[in-house]
Design a protein around this ligand. Sequence first.
Ligand code: GLU
Length: 331
Amino acid sequence: MFEAEPPTVKQLALTGSLPTDTAIGQTLTDVHLRYSDLDDGEVADYIPILAEADPAWFGLSLVEATGDVHEAGDSAIGFSIQSISKAFVFALVCHARSHEYVHERIGVNNTGLAYNSVMAIELNHGSPMNSMVNAGAIATTALIPGQTPAEKWENIRTGLSQFAGRQLELDGRVYHSESTTNQRNKALARLLESYGRIITDPLDTVDIYTRQCSLTVTARDLAIMGATLADGGVNPLTKQRVVSAEVARDTLALLASCGMYENSGEWLFEIGLPAKSGVSGGIVAIAPGKGALGTFSPRLDTAGNSVRGQRACFHVSRALGMNLFASTPAR
Ligand code: GLU
């Protein structure tokens, strides 16, 4: 429907800048204090090991596109990345394939239904719809380069580690817990197979997907990974280019419409940032050109988004002027 890159349009990034380091540090400390006692929501337990998380954990980190790192609370506690991996695997697939390929094969529209919905596939004639719901994420994992499942897994781990700027490790206990309880994901993959919408063996692909969800990260890692997308695809700490600026842009566009489960519209209305969350309690919210906020707190609302994390993002986005849609008159 659209030309790939209209030749006469120069792509400018007009994204402003964050306030001073002191203001950022103070904001994170204030927000951490303000929401530490909030204990609404429940820790996820459909993957049995997630129920072991301490509901009191609460960590924040903001990494600027300049590479400056700010932290408050439990920003160094490790947890499984879960669905947040979908955002970065999507970016790796876009980098390896193309904008058009992913658009056609997977799709970029919100389902309006739960992340593990079977109905969403049925209602859309077998389309996985987008890479942020489980069906679309599994179909996207299938597109990662590699001749064997082992090679594909290694490419995912290497790519996500480059986003984080350090080697990410698989949590074997999380992987085992999810592998023995992920019948629904296997069913989604088989359903996609029946529609001819998955290009590799469905169960091998679910296994790779389960591994990617079991990588351990911290709130600080999430902020660095997000800051790489905010910095045109270059990790602001290691200075390594992980994906192209176009892929970083496309990933943020998808996160804006599909990153926060079926509450993505409400999230964008309130917070105004592309973001992705996961059922272990992490959120990464990205301000293009400025930086990214990583939050971790395991209590979730009914859509699967961390309760404290959402409040923290709302507050930080307002306090530091990160909302993408906010402007003031030029004169
Ligand atoms: N591994 C989880 C699943 O497939 C990820 C869900 C999520 O974080 O939303 O159910």
